[in-house]
Design a protein around this ligand. Structure first.
Ligand SMILES: [Zn+2]
Length: 220
């Protein structure tokens, strides 16, 4: 089968917000479930990041679907619970949860939101799963432990050869790319991190989803 003539390039659009953009004016864009979740967050910084992510998703989808932001709705989809009900297992009693999937006028678009530190990022794609991740680079975390868990063998060799000063930034580059792919597949961290490698040998800013290799098992 030849796919070449029927493939169209996959594109995604990325929006950024800074936590200084958070404003009570945006609260009107959240639905009841999102408002309740926002109210439950204890720290103002968490409320601001959550608010910006939800508001930005509605504004971006409204622009793309050419409808008022108030008309954009989301269904919450949990792959794990879907799988349990498919196999007859009891998913248990839980409140609304799962990944927000656009519905209503924005049906057919997919979104992914990530926040870290002062930044909130949103990626939107049409008709294809999308994942995005932002990570605040921090020297405080247990890098050696995380590297062993996160990087494939070939990535580890590249990382080990880097000058010590470049290692922290490089690690978070790998981490963000893998996290983004796991979010796109819907597997989350249960999908594992070290069993596949990202395509570019050294992480650099400006990476795009097309540069990640498909998940695959590490030999042996
Ligand atoms: Zn679930």
């Amino acid at each position: 089968m030849t796919l070449g003539s029927t493939l169209t390039p996959l594109t995604s659009t990325v929006w950024w917000a800074h936590t200084s953009d958070a404003s009570d004016r945006l609260l009107r864009l959240l639905d009841g479930t999102e408002r309740a979740r926002n109210d439950r967050l204890r720290h103002q910084a968490d409320r601001d990041r959550h608010l910006l992510g939800r508001a930005m998703a509605r504004l971006a989808l409204a622009q793309l679907a050419q409808c008022p932001p108030e008309e954009v709705t989301f269904d919450l989809v949990c792959r794990s619970c879907e799988e349990k009900s498919r196999t007859g297992a009891d998913p248990g009693e839980r409140g609304p949860h799962g990944k927000p999937v656009p519905s209503g006028p924005a049906h057919g678009w997919e979104v992914s939101v990530s926040h870290s530190g002062e930044w909130v990022v949103l990626a939107v794609a049409e008709g294809t799963p999308v994942g995005v991740d932002v990570e605040q680079v921090s020297a405080a975390r247990d890098l050696d432990g995380l590297v062993g868990y996160t990087l494939a063998d070939t990535e580890r060799s590249v990382w080990d050869a880097l000058p010590p000063l470049e290692r922290i930034g490089a690690f978070f580059g790998y981490w963000a790319r893998k996290e983004a792919l796991l979010k796109a597949t819907g597997l989350g961290l249960s999908g594992g991190c070290g069993g596949w490698r990202s395509a570019r040998r050294t992480p650099r800013p400006g990476w795009s989803p097309g540069q990640v290799a498909a998940p695959r098992r590490r030999p042996g």
